[in-house]
Design a protein around this ligand. Structure first.
Ligand code: NAI
Length: 306
């Protein structure tokens, strides 16, 4: 299989590295910066005999080289600096997303597309409107990362191994994020039975603020190791047709009482992309929180240039 990653910056190159290390697919890195994708790809090929992967990583500035990809991941765009919200990136990144999606689609009309560029929900919606792609073949990466940040907080607080934790963070990929503690489990037991209310609230705060915490440390940009791994996890589910359910920024069409909106929800992934939006059995409060998060995404969409 072949995976194209648009944007050979921190997130794109890290995703490429992890996809190659797992031997999942040949990877084509493409960027507007000349030399950057070529140099990083060659560097990764130099790693090949150390890590013993057999797939190829190549770098290019020409979409012709991305032809007939199975999956296209879009990470092109500027990232946050300290004090910035994801929404502050909208103006610049909307222009980039518009130029990228058309060119990438022309080269790979049958691919599954994963948007990563922030503000995620708005950028994924923009790509959907611009491309006319069927909703199952266009999604965004946000929820896998957010859920994994929640899982980290739970592991830290309870001292449990990561393999025992299943965590769910859904909704807007931003301040309007929603965590589902009742469905977040350690060895099958909900954290609501393992932690008191204050501890649960603290874990949720660490999840919601996790991205900003990394930005505050780095000062020069935003997170990329956990985002890269989250991209690779989604790519693997698609390429292996795993039918795994994970939190994905997908097109919601009536589920959870939400209409025609891109936002993180539990989704079953397979070779055709989104197989279904999975509806968890929410109580009234959880449903209201998810719908409020949807409204925050709609408010962000109002800023989208026509
Ligand atoms: P970066 O600045 O390291 O890399 C961005 C790359 O995009 C640069 O190499 C730049 O040359 C390239 N680029 C710009 N315009 C382009 C175009 N028209 N075509 C092709 N390439 C182009 O930024 P980083 O850290 O990799 O972040 C990328 C994006 O991903 C940002 O918008 C960031 O906010 C977002 N992000 C999203 C996450 C998520 O969970 N959805 C997590 C982390 C980052």
């Amino acid at each position: 299989p072949k995976v194209t990653i648009v944007g050979a910056g921190n997130v794109g190159a890290t995703a490429a590295h992890i996809i190659a290390s797992k031997n999942l697919a040949d990877v084509v890195l493409i960027d507007v910066a000349e030399g950057l994708p070529q140099g990083k790809a060659l560097d990764m090929m130099h790693m090949r005999s150390v890590e013993k992967f057999t797939v190829k990583v190549t770098g290019t500035n020409d979409y012709a080289d991305t032809r007939d990809s199975d999956v296209v991941v879009i990470t092109a765009g500027i990232a946050r600096k300290p004090g910035m919200t994801r929404e502050d990136l909208l103006g610049v990144n909307a222009g980039i997303m518009k130029s990228v999606i058309g060119a990438a689609m022309e080269a790979s009309p049958n691919a599954v597309f994963i948007c990563v560029t922030n503000p995620l929900d708005v950028m994924t919606t923009l790509a959907y409107r611009e491309s006319g792609l069927p909703a199952n073949r266009l999604m965004g990466m946000g929820g896998v990362l957010d859920s994994s940040r929640l899982a980290y907080a739970v592991c830290e607080q309870l001292g449990c191994p990561p393999a025992d934790v299943v965590a769910w963070a859904v909704g807007a990929h931003g301040e309007g994020m929603v965590c589902w503690p009742r469905f977040t489990t350690v060895d099958g037991t909900p954290i609501t039975e393992l932690m008191d209310e204050a501890a649960v609230a603290q874990a949720i705060q660490r999840c919601v603020k996790g991205g900003a915490e990394v930005v505050a440390f780095l000062k020069t940009g935003s997170a990329y190791y956990a985002p890269g791994a989250s991209i690779a996890k989604m790519v693997e589910a698609i390429l292996t047709d795993s039918h795994e359910v994970m939190s994905v920024c997908a097109h919601i069409d009536g589920q959870y009482g939400i209409d025609d909106l891109y936002m993180n929800v539990p989704v079953r992934l397979g070779k055709n992309g989104v197989e279904e939006v999975v509806e968890f059995d929410l109580n009234d409060d959880e449903l209201a929180a998810l719908q409020a998060s949807a409204e925050s995404v709609r408010a962000g969409l109002a800023n989208l240039p026509e």
